[in-house]
Design a binder for this molecule. Sequence first.
Ligand SMILES: [Mg+2]
Length: 345
Amino acid sequence: MTLTAAFERVSLPLAHPFGISRGTQTTAENVVVRVSDGERTGVGAAAPSTYYGETAATVEAVLPDLLDACEAVDDPHNLDGIDARLDAVVGDNPAAKAAVRIACCDLAAKRLDVPLYRLFGLDPGETITSSYTVGIDETDVMRERAEEAVDAGYAVLKTKVGTDRDEEILEAVRGAAPDARVRVDANAAWTPREAVEMSEVLAAYDVEFLEQPVSPANPDDLRYVYERSAVPIAADESCVTLPDVPRVADACDVVNVKLMKCGGPRQAVEMIHAARAHGLEVMLGCMIETNAAIAAACHLAPLLDYADLDGSLLLAEDPYEGVPLPDGRIDLSGVDAPGTGARAR
Ligand SMILES: [Mg+2]
């Protein structure tokens, strides 16, 4: 067999500007990767995050070496060998590696003529509902976005906070979505004391959990909040790769695993099992991503307690279709093609 690979950058305008505590973006730069065996082609994508040290340019800089390594293994079913070879030739760069590994998983499943969840031995009936994220904007705009999301059928919302008017935002989002499950993500914006105080407000608004209230710089800060918070705590920026799981195990209730942080679908599965071993609940999240990337994450839904896989829904248009998300429900039974189900529209 001869594997060949290629990549291309795609610039994806968002449906609305997307604000979090650290800033606002209007487009997402992703890099789509294809790995072919001459007959079938696996597709994946990188959604690099500058917060984790990656950009589309850094992804493009390391992809030639990663794809050479992938071609050198020359067996898309030897995912373990590909994983090891990628880590041997390039350090870090998890989004770039995730793109290659997603494409290889997609190709392997296509060659076996099964949906990706079958490759992982998962039951498509055991699926869950993704949240839909309301980014930081003017409070009235956030209220409208929450109303639109409810009208569109989404039953689980996540709202970004980390402003000087977070209580106002909560009142607006909860008011617009009185029956929804609501989660809150502060993206490390609060001090530990602010976070504990705000947790009382979140509890009053029946918030399901609080994601990353404080900076990951000092691990004691997250533990301080966890030990005093009125709502459960999820770790995102504090839990990036597998070795972080034991480090945050006594400082949170939930870990937010992302393929773009840990470097691929199989690495995400490792983190999920490690989290379970430490008695943690698991959420799978994403960046703002094309379905060429997110579709793979959706296939892990049967392993999750919570999903935040709405990255494609936030795009003005996605050049790829993926796993159907009717009302946010990750519909794996609706995947009618082998692999991840991602395909160009
Ligand atoms: Mg987060």
